[in-house]
Design a protein around this ligand. Structure first.
Ligand SMILES: [Zn+2]
Length: 244
């Protein structure tokens, strides 16, 4: 009873209700990266009562993470991010299962882990891993929510295999500016909060089959001038080496 009581304010929503809440408890979401995007995404998935949450991250908490990675506290410096994250999520909601993978997603471990989850959130900070998530999700027919941030800007889209274009259709290669410009590493924490929260919202909608997803659209948020654009994306590229 106490368990349902905590969800009272979302049980009031016609789109969720007790039925949706019970459904959410049976669902699972893997978050790749327990950093800037992963922090808000994981907090909101846990708070909403997504039954099983996976966290994969091989990094340890560093002091320079703390301006945006709000799962981790000053006392966690040097602790594995997956461990620190799991601890915070269970403090917030002890009624969920949290699976911790204290290593990086790679070609060898990827399929086995991704297969276990209903939806994936790309909350990592490098294109190599983003392309790997894309490849694994397309191969295993899993929807994933791509998110990215730099400086004051962020973007997200929901990729559904067989329906929308994939990340490789969208970016043939690592965007040049990512490689060239070290200034792109600068980031304000609140933009990670905005995009990561939206990723959690997309995942919850996907799991409950409610609302309209950002599939086939890219949402671009510029936090410096508060311009938000929703851009229609083309369909899958017929020559894409990953999804065609
Ligand atoms: Zn593709």
């Amino acid at each position: 009873m106490e368990e349902l009581e905590r969800y009272k304010r979302q049980l009031l929503l016609d789109e969720i209700g007790e039925e949706g809440q019970n459904l959410l408890k049976t669902k699972s979401c893997l978050v790749v990266g327990a950093g800037g995007l992963g922090s808000p995404a994981l907090f909101y998935l846990a708070a909403a009562g997504v039954g099983t949450i996976g966290i994969i991250d091989g990094d340890e908490v560093e002091i320079t993470n703390l301006n945006r990675q709000i799962l981790h506290k000053t006392r966690d410096i040097g602790v594995a991010k997956s461990k620190s994250a799991k601890e915070k999520l269970l403090e917030l909601n002890p009624y969920i299962n949290v699976c911790e993978y204290n290593f990086f997603l790679d070609k060898e471990n990827g399929d086995e882990i991704i297969k276990k989850y209903d939806v994936i959130i790309d909350a990592c900070d490098n294109f190599e891993t983003k392309f790997l998530i894309n490849e694994l999700c397309i191969r295993n027919n899993k929807a994933f929510i791509h998110g990215g941030i730099y400086n004051f800007k962020g973007q997200l889209t929901t990729i559904i295999p067989g329906k929308t274009l994939c990340l490789k259709c969208l970016f043939e290669d690592v965007p040049k500016e990512v490689l060239q410009d070290d200034k792109r590493k600068g980031v304000i924490g609140a933009i990670a909060g905005v995009i990561g929260s939206m990723q959690a919202l997309e995942a919850i909608k996907y799991l409950l089959k409610i609302g309209d997803l950002l599939s086939g659209y890219m949402l671009e948020v510029n936090g410096l001038n508060m311009k938000i654009r929703k851009i229609k994306l083309p369909g899958p590229n017929k020559d894409c080496p990953i999804c065609s």
